[in-house]
Design a binder for this molecule. Structure first.
Ligand code: ADP
Length: 447
């Protein structure tokens, strides 16, 4: 701001000097031309008369020309131009009838030139040319110009210093970010970027730290998943190995052998179920779902058909109550998997002769599915964990029931990706109640 004020004041001072000079010289030129008014012609005699009357005009040079630009008078004592044509722009323009003034500054001197026509009956019969060299004013302008030069140089120097510092600071920050990216690429997430201030680099560093946090969490979860999955696969495989070794190494009667082979078969079934669940998880994570209008009553009907025989085996009564028009814009396979897993669990963790009650209701803008059972129930301390992968409340019971600890985690994932909500609560009379809620999608019915 201060710099601009300085430059502005220097420029206006220079303008003021030029204007002052113009006024003075033009006044003097006018004074000379008016002294010739009324004279019929210009000649050495009347010019000398006028010059004598006017006295010293205090200018560097005064020239009076005739109508063709030839000098009739020149105040220069050394090599005056009298008798010669004065080839100056100012003279030519004045002879064309104009009052002119030019000012130029060079080498510490201010050169001002003014010219005015001497008119007779509206025509120029000559002109007055005045030139003045002013060293004092030139000195003022020189001081102003060197002042501006110094200021510009100072500003440029400051700008250069700032630009260099800024560039160094920027490249230092960029190097840090690149180094952290290289570390993250190598799997080293612990080195966080320091976040200072609120500029773009701080925002970038913040985002980068969040990204590496997420990568770290997902990498850990993936590692945990792989280790849990291999652990789950190892157990039935070890049983199969043990059983087959026993058959090969021991003499045994046909009935025992049949029993061992049946055990191998059920371990193989468990492996198949586990593989199916792992596939369901990977599908839920990767496949882009296609949404369609799904009537949940039909989905529950399909699940009922699939699981009623499993319930019958243990004399568990599977009943359903459903409202009409419970339609949802969703993925049919996801809905089937959610309801299937919940109903299957309600049977698996039920007591023989128990009850499973599936209910489908319209509630305000939602569709609500509840799956209640009269089974063993979920202990209070286990509730926060039952949706975690491979979590089982009672490992032995779950294993015996053919569980893998993956069913509810799949349900949770699918509910979330279909914009639903799931909750679990114990029933007063014993057993558990799972509630799933989805936004309803009403289909217009033709009248
Ligand atoms: P699993 O394949 O072992 O059934 P889930 O993820 O489906 O795995 O369930 C996790 C755990 O939650 C089960 O091991 C079981 O202990 C408990 N659980 C799930 N549903 C019920 C239920 N309806 N009643 C009692 N416990 C349940």
């Amino acid at each position: 701001m201060l710099v601009f004020l300085n430059v502005y004041s220097a420029t206006t001072t220079r303008q003021a000097i030029y204007h002052g000079k113009a006024a003075t010289l033009q006044d003097k030129a006018q004074l000379v031309t008016s002294s010739f008014s009324g004279m019929e012609a210009l000649n050495a005699e009347n010019i000398n008369q006028v010059i004598t009357v006017l006295g010293d005009l205090n200018v560097s040079r005064l020239v009076i020309t005739d109508g063709e630009g030839r000098a009739l008078y020149d105040s220069l004592t050394q090599r005056p131009a009298v008798g010669q044509f004065v080839l100056l722009r100012e003279v030519t323009e004045a002879l064309a009838g104009q009052d002119v003034f030019y000012c130029s500054y060079a080498g510490g001197q201010l050169l001002s030139q003014a010219a005015a026509p001497i008119m007779l009956y509206g025509n120029p019969i000559g002109c007055v040319y005045i030139a003045d060299v002013d060293r004092d004013q030139g000195g003022v302008i020189q001081a102003l110009e060197s002042n501006i030069m110094r200021i510009s140089f100072g500003v440029e120097a400051v700008l250069v210093v700032f630009s260099v510092l800024f560039a160094l600071n920027t490249s230092r920050k960029m190097r840090k970010i690149i180094l952290s990216m290289q570390n993250a690429r190598e799997g080293e997430y612990s080195r966080k970027l320091q976040v200072h201030g609120t500029d773009e680099y701080a925002a970038l560093a913040k985002e980068f730290n969040k990204l590496t946090d997420r990568l770290q969490i997902s990498e850990q979860a993936q590692r945990q998943f792989v280790s849990d999955a291999s652990h789950e696969l190892k157990t039935p495989l070890a049983s199969i190995k043990l059983l087959s070794d026993s058959i090969l190494q021991n003499e045994m009667d046909a009935d025992t052998m049949r029993e061992f082979v049946a055990d191998i078969g059920s371990e193989a079934d468990r492996l198949t179920r586990l593989a199916q669940k792992l596939l369901a998880i990977s599908r839920a994570e990767s496949v882009k779902p296609e949404h369609e209008v799904v009537d949940l009553a039909q989905t529950i009907g399909k699940v009922y058909k699939m699981l009623v025989s499993l319930a019958d085996e243990r004399e568990i009564r599977l009943t359903c109550a459903m409202d009409k028009g419970c339609t949802v814009m969703t993925v049919e396979d996801d809905m089937y998997q959610i309801i299937f897993n919940l109903v299957e669990n309600a049977i698996k963790y039920n007591n023989d002769g128990g009850l499973v009650y599936v209910c489908l209701r319209r509630q305000e803008d939602d569709v609500v599915v509840t799956v209640e059972d009269t089974g063993v129930g979920v202990p209070e301390d286990a509730v926060p964990h039952i949706f975690e992968r491979f979590y089982r409340v009672d490992k032995a019971r779950s294993r015996q029931a053919g569980g893998s600890g993956l069913g509810l985690s799949i349900v949770h994932e699918l509910v979330q990706r279909n914009y639903g909500e799931i909750s679990v609560e114990p029933r007063e009379q014993g057993g558990t109640c799972f509630t799933v809620r989805f936004p309803r999608f009403d289909v217009e019915v033709e009248p």
